[in-house]
Design a binder for this molecule. Structure first.
Ligand code: COA
Length: 372
């Protein structure tokens, strides 16, 4: 029987030197480094440098990279005005999409020689774009999007909460942003590469990728997982409700994966951070509920948590509002998208696959009065 290739599953659609999924190490590598090593030892900025420039930075390179990013955090006034006009009930991913696109109008990429600068600028401004809108939409506060926080994750938390972030939370953000940074030819990255293959500008590539990441089958799963687990007060209640959902053949968000078959290597890492955060906040509900859901899914369906499931409780424990979960994914995956765009541009041929035609045979033209 022919293999089912719907969704291009199993089809190799190009080459990359950036990442392997389900092939080496513990299951995920960036430029040859295992995700467990990166998540345990590196900062997100080191991983961004690795993806974008091919090597981990030296101490001097890292210091100057962070300094450069820190200097690019302010939002241009017309972008702030646009953000203020976006309705308070808008989806934050739509805010990210519009914010990125507006930035591209104000600071258009004039040539590929500028690409690194625009990538830096997006890395530096994305936390400000989402938190500026969020704070303005919530209570009319116009925040200053410049901060002295060394890291992108710490900067995001400071802008969101208006206070110095807890050191544990900064560590979790590093790990989280590292885990989400890159994942080979996933849907949003493939969108970015397809757009890049037409020789379009970098803001168009990233805007398209944001729109693709928005869907619940891709980046939106952590929000959907949170919406599900926050309803449950005890592990037993969770199990009963979950059994009903499985009986009704509902998709359980945060489980399963298109490539991994037995486990998602990112899960163990974020799960451990979620456990530590649960301890810190004295949680006796969300973490045990999440663990029960994990056990029931394994027992009933043989399905495992993907990176999104324990991200839901981890982000929640850090006081991050659920609708902002996927925009954090954007702040991180931006590095993977941008690295793929650079790779595509360096060896480009327009991406243009073919389709198996399933429509009608050739037909004769009918003048309008003869149809019906
Ligand atoms: N809940 C319930 N059943 C699931 C499931 C889930 N989360 N994920 C997969 N399944 C089922 C499928 O329905 C399918 O059953 P079927 O053969 O009876 O139709 C079977 O398991 C195999 O699915 P698979 O081929 O492995 O999935 P896929 O490659 O088509 O889709 C996902 C992969 C990620 C889109 C899918 O697992 C999913 O929708 N997960 C929930 C959303 C999510 O967490 N996304 C984030 C991904 S990182």
């Amino acid at each position: 029987m022919a293999e089912n290739t719907a969704g291009l599953r199993g089809i190799t659609a190009g080459e990359t030197a950036l990442c392997t999924v389900g092939q080496a190490g513990t299951g995920l590598t960036y430029c040859g480094y295992d995700i467990h090593d990166l998540a345990e030892h590196a900062t997100f900025e080191e991983v961004a440098h690795l993806l974008l420039y091919g090597e981990l930075p030296t101490a001097a390179q890292l210091a100057s990279y962070q300094e450069r990013l820190r200097g690019l955090r302010e939002l241009p006034p017309p972008l702030r005005e646009v953000l203020e006009r976006i309705p308070a009930n808008a989806h934050p991913m739509d805010v990210m999409r519009t914010g990125c696109s507006m930035l591209g109008n104000l600071e258009t990429e004039a040539g590929f020689g500028e690409q690194d600068h625009h990538i830096d600028r997006m890395l530096a401004t994305f936390p400000g774009i989402i938190t500026y809108w969020h704070r303005f939409a919530s209570d009319g506060t116009r925040i200053d999007t410049d901060s002295d926080e060394a890291s992108i994750g710490g900067h995001f938390l400071r802008l969101l909460h208006g206070s110095t972030p807890d050191p544990l939370h900064v560590k979790v953000m590093h790990a989280s942003l590292i885990l989400y940074a890159e994942h080979e030819f996933n849907a949003s990255t493939f969108t970015a590469r397809t757009c890049a293959s037409t020789l379009s500008d970098i803001h168009s590539c990233i805007t398209g990728a944001i729109g693709t990441l928005r869907g619940p089958l891709h980046g939106g799963a952590n929000e959907a997982a949170m919406a599900m687990i926050e309803d449950w007060q005890t592990p037993d209640e969770a199990e009963t409700a979950l059994m009903g959902m499985l009986e009704r053949k509902e998709k359980i968000m945060g489980f399963g994966h298109a490539i991994y078959r037995t486990s998602d290597p990112r899960n163990a890492i974020i799960k451990e951070w979620s456990r530590k955060l649960a301890e810190q906040v004295g949680d006796a509900r969300l973490y045990p509920v999440s663990e029960r859901v994990e056990a029931v899914m394994q027992r009933e369906k043989g399905l495992f948590c993907n990176a999104d499931f324990f991200h839901a409780s981890a982000y929640h424990f850090m006081g991050i509002p659920t609708p902002l979960f996927t925009p954090i994914f954007v702040m991180s995956r931006l590095t993977g998208w941008a690295a793929h765009i650079k790779e595509q541009r360096a060896n480009n041929r327009i991406i243009r696959p073919s389709a198996d035609y399933t429509g009608p045979e050739l037909r004769e033209w009918l003048p309008i009065e003869q149809r019906g």
